[in-house]
Design a protein around this ligand. Structure first.
Ligand code: FEO
Length: 185
């Protein structure tokens, strides 16, 4: 059995290591968004909170897709250890600024993985990662769209309440469902 597993391995160790790092990054995303969702909930930003709770599950799904791929390709997916997740945030706007910044980091990490696989002619993993390339473009667009709401609506008076309402609309039939790639891919 052991010999069979060794023979069936199609993933280079270096690629396996990078994919495990990506697994961790997706798990970190999920953990941070859970913390943000909780903060929004206790501060009364109900729609933003629901939006972020949905995103927690989405990031879990991102993580699991890679997790299963690594094992299927003969590698060993590692359960990531997550520490140091922040619990306090300056404001609703600061949360979405952090999200955009974080998603840019995730995009760079995916692109560097894609570049690595292309260089090694690992076209199977390269092809697998194309889903993430599209997904990251959508995630960044969504974060930017939300930040625009703060500029367009403004935070004075009923502003934050309205922004929270609009964020809820984006999460439930707006840009996510319109633009996200097929999650079953
Ligand atoms: Fe899975 Fe938001 O990156």
């Amino acid at each position: 059995m052991k010999e069979f597993i060794t023979k069936s391995r199609s993933l280079l160790e270096e690629t396996e290591e990078l994919l495990n790092e990506q697994i961790k990054l997706e798990a970190v995303s999920s953990a941070i968004y859970l913390s943000m969702a909780s903060w929004c909930e206790i501060k009364g930003y109900e729609n933003s909170s629901n939006f972020l709770y949905d995103h927690v599950e989405e990031e879990q799904m991102h993580m699991m897709k890679i997790f299963r791929y690594v094992n299927e390709a003969g590698g060993h997916a590692l359960q990531p250890e997550i520490t140091g997740v922040p619990h306090d945030f300056k404001s609703l706007r600061a949360i979405f600024e952090d999200i955009l910044e974080h998603e840019i980091v995730v995009t760079k990490s995916i692109h560097s993985l894609v570049d690595h696989c292309f260089g090694l002619k690992d076209f199977t993993t390269f092809n697998f990662l194309q889903w993430y390339v599209t997904e990251q473009r959508e995630e960044e667009t969504l974060a930017r769209r939300i930040l625009e709401l703060f500029d367009i609506i403004g935070e004075e008076g009923m502003g934050l309440w309205t922004i929270d309402l609009e964020i809820g609309k984006l999460g439930s039939g707006g840009i996510i469902s319109a633009a996200a790639p097929d999650s079953g891919a």
